[in-house]
Design a protein. Structure first.
Length: 164
């Protein structure tokens, strides 16, 4: 079977015509057909899940983009195209390591791993264990003078003015 590229007005689709083998006597003749190849990554979910990392094991990746995500968490886009919704513990670790400005997190290597956390069941109110994703910074920390630190409340409200 040979592949012959066809022109398309849709660059996201690659079209090919399949050329069948010569007909065999007594067998029906197959006609050429067009096959569309699509990038299926948008359907598979790019967000990392604890179950997948638990199954495959911890791994290292590089942060290539930081955006505001859902649930008041930043979304870290990694060099493999996956997205990690960073929890508070992971954010605190990265802030401690690289400062509060997300630009300082770009091109930094992290390790993603799974650990158990205690959560309260919303229906029963009982505490239960569940798996969660965490980040461990791998790239060296920024020097103290180079990283933006957390502003104090005094900076926001002035020396003599208490928060409202």
């Amino acid at each position: 079977m040979t592949f012959t590229p066809l022109r398309t007005n849709h660059p996201e689709l690659l079209s090919f015509a399949l050329s069948p083998a010569p007909p065999v006597e007594g067998q029906p003749v197959r006609r050429e057909r067009e096959v569309n190849i699509m990038d299926m990554s948008k359907f598979g979910g790019r967000y990392l899940k604890a179950a997948n990392v638990k199954q495959d094991g911890p791994f290292k990746a590089t942060i290539v983009e930081v955006e505001e995500g859902k649930y008041d968490r930043p979304d870290l886009t990694l060099d493999d195209g996956s997205i990690l919704s960073a929890n508070n513990t992971s954010c605190q670790r990265m802030i401690h390591h690289w400062g509060v400005e997300s630009d300082d997190w770009l091109d930094k290597e992290i390790e993603i791993y799974v650990d158990e956390v205690d959560v309260r069941d919303k229906q029963t109110g009982e505490m239960m264990k569940t798996d969660a994703l965490f980040v461990r910074p791998v790239s060296p920390p920024l020097e103290k003078g180079k990283k933006a630190l957390v502003k104090s409340r005094k900076d926001d409200f002035g020396a003599d003015e208490p928060p409202h």
